[in-house]
Design a protein around this ligand. Structure first.
Ligand code: FMN
Length: 355
C-alpha cells in the first residue's frame, strides 16, 4: 500500500487516505446559504475517492465574505443547509471539513465571472471592509482598522461558526490564515502596522490567529481535527517568511490545531511566484521540520505518483489538491489505480473496472 492511500487518524477521525480536496470557493451561495450546486460538487469527490473534502472558505460574519456569493456559517439556516451536504458526503463514503474564514480587506469583491473587477460598490451590494490597519490591498477599497472590540467580535464569530459546523456534523475544521485574508493580514508586517498587542513582534501579529484557533478548538472539543492554513511566504521584502510560518505553526499546534496546511502568497498583488509542479512543497517541508508539526502540502500536485513523492520526501503528512479534482472528480480512484493500490470503488461504478 502506498503512503498516499494509507489512512491517517487525527483525533477521532480516520481519513481513508491522504489525498484530499483543497477548499475552493464556488461563488454560488445565496445569502451565505450553500445551494444544490454545493451538494453535487462536494458529494462527487466522496465517490471519487477523496480522503477528505474541505469545503470552501466559509465566512464567519457577512462582512467576512470574499464576494456576495460566498458561503457562510453565521446563521442557523446556513448550518442546516450544510448539514444536508454533510449527509450527502457521508452517504457517498467521504468525510467533509469546512474552512472558516474572514476575508478582511479583501472582502466585498466581485466573483471571478462577474462583469465587475475588484471591490463591489455599496450601491451594488458591497459593504465596508476591516483589516488590522487602514491599508488597502492594491486597487481595492480602503479598509477600517479593527479596534479591540472589533477583534474580540471576530474571535467570537469564529467560535460561533465553529460550533455551528460541529452541529452540522462536519468532520474537520480549518482556520483560514492564508491568501491575504484577515488572519494573514494580521500575520504580515506588510498589512499590519499596528502598535498595540496585535502588531509589531511575531507574537503580537500571531495573537489573533491563535485566539481564533483556541476558540475553534473549544467548539471542536477533543474529538474533531482542526487545521490551520498558512501562507508561508508573502514573496515580498519585509513580508511574512517560512521561518515565521514554522514558529506560528508550532504555536497553532500548542493552541489546539492538529495540522498546518501550507500554502503561500496573497498579501501583495503581482508578486513573482515561480509556479512549477509542487512549488509550495518546500514550504511545507520547512514548517514540518522546523515547527515539528504535521503538515499538508498543496499547489500544482496533479498525479498520484507526484503526491506519493511529496509524502515520501517527508515534506507532508497529507496532500491537498484543488484544480486536479475539478478536472477529474474521480482523481482519488485514478491515483490509487496509478499507484497500484486497491481501493473500494462505489459498487455502481465497478463495471468500469472490467476490461
Ligand atoms: C476555484 C478555486 C477556488 C479557491 N478557493 C479557495 C478557498 O476557498 N480557500 C483557500 O484556502 N484556497 C482556495 N483556493 C486555492 C486552492 O485551495 C489551492 O490551494 C490552489 O488552487 C493550489 O492547488 P492546486 O494547484 O492543486 O489547484 C481556490 C482555488 C481555486 C482553483
Amino acid at each position: 500500500m502506498s503512503q498516499l492511500f494509507s489512512p491517517l487518524t487525527l483525533r477521532t477521525r480516520t481519513f481513508r487516505n491522504r489525498l484530499w480536496v483543497s477548499p475552493m470557493c464556488m461563488y454560488s451561495a445565496v445569502d451565505g446559504i450553500p445551494q444544490r450546486w454545493h451538494h453535487t460538487h462536494l458529494a462527487q469527490f466522496a465517490s471519487g475517492g477523496a480522503g477528505l473534502i474541505m469545503a470552501e472558505a466559509t465566512a464567519v460574519v457577512p462582512e467576512g465574505r470574499i464576494s456576495p456569493r460566498d458561503t457562510g456559517l453565521w446563521s442557523d439556516e446556513q448550518r442546516d443547509a450544510w448539514s444536508g451536504i454533510v449527509d450527502d458526503v457521508h452517504e457517498n463514503g467521504g468525510l467533509l471539513g469546512v474552512q472558516l474564514a474572514h476575508a478582511g480587506r479583501m472582502a466585498s469583491t466581485w466573483w471571478p465571472w462577474a462583469d465587475g473587477r475588484g471591490s463591489v460598490p455599496a450601491e451594488e451590494g458591497g459593504w465596508p471592509t476591516v483589516a488590522p490597519s487602514a491599508l488597502a490591498f492594491d486597487g481595492y477599497a480602503q479598509p477600517t482598522a479593527l479596534d479591540a472590540q472589533g477583534i474580540d467580535d471576530v474571535v467570537a464569530a469564529f467560535a460561533a461558526a465553529a460550533q455551528r459546523a460541529v452541529d452540522a456534523g462536519f468532520d474537520a475544521l480549518e482556520v483560514h490564515g492564508a491568501h491575504g485574508y484577515l488572519l494573514h493580514e494580521f500575520l504580515s508586517p506588510l498589512a499590519n502596522v499596528r502598535d498595540d498587542e496585535y502588531g509589531g513582534s511575531l507574537e503580537n501579529r500571531a495573537r489573533l490567529l491563535l485566539r481564533a484557533v483556541r476558540a475553534v478548538r473549544e467548539a471542536a472539543g477533543d474529538v474533531m481535527p482542526v487545521f490551520v492554513r498558512l501562507s508561508a511566504t508573502d514573496y515580498a521584502d519585509g513580508g511574512f517568511t517560512p521561518d515565521e510560518a514554522a514558529r506560528v505553526g508550532r504555536w497553532a499546534m500548542d493552541a489546539g490545531a492538529d495540522l498546518v496546511d501550507v500554502s503561500s502568497g496573497g498579501i501583495v498583488a503581482g508578486a513573482h511566484i515561480d509556479y512549477r509542479p509542487g512549488y509550495q512543497v518546500p514550504f511545507a517541508q520547512t514548517v514540518r521540520a522546523a515547527g515539528e508539526v504535521p503538515t499538508a502540502a498543496v499547489g500544482l500536485i496533479t498525479s498520484g505518483e507526484q503526491a506519493e513523492q511529496v509524502l515520501a520526501s517527508g515534506a507532508a503528512d497529507a496532500v491537498f489538491a484543488g484544480r486536479e479534482w475539478l478536472r477529474d472528480p474521480h482523481f482519488g480512484l485514478r491515483a490509487a489505480h496509478e499507484l497500484g493500490d486497491e481501493v473500494p470503488w462505489p459498487p455502481q461504478y465497478r463495471r468500469a473496472l472490467w476490461r
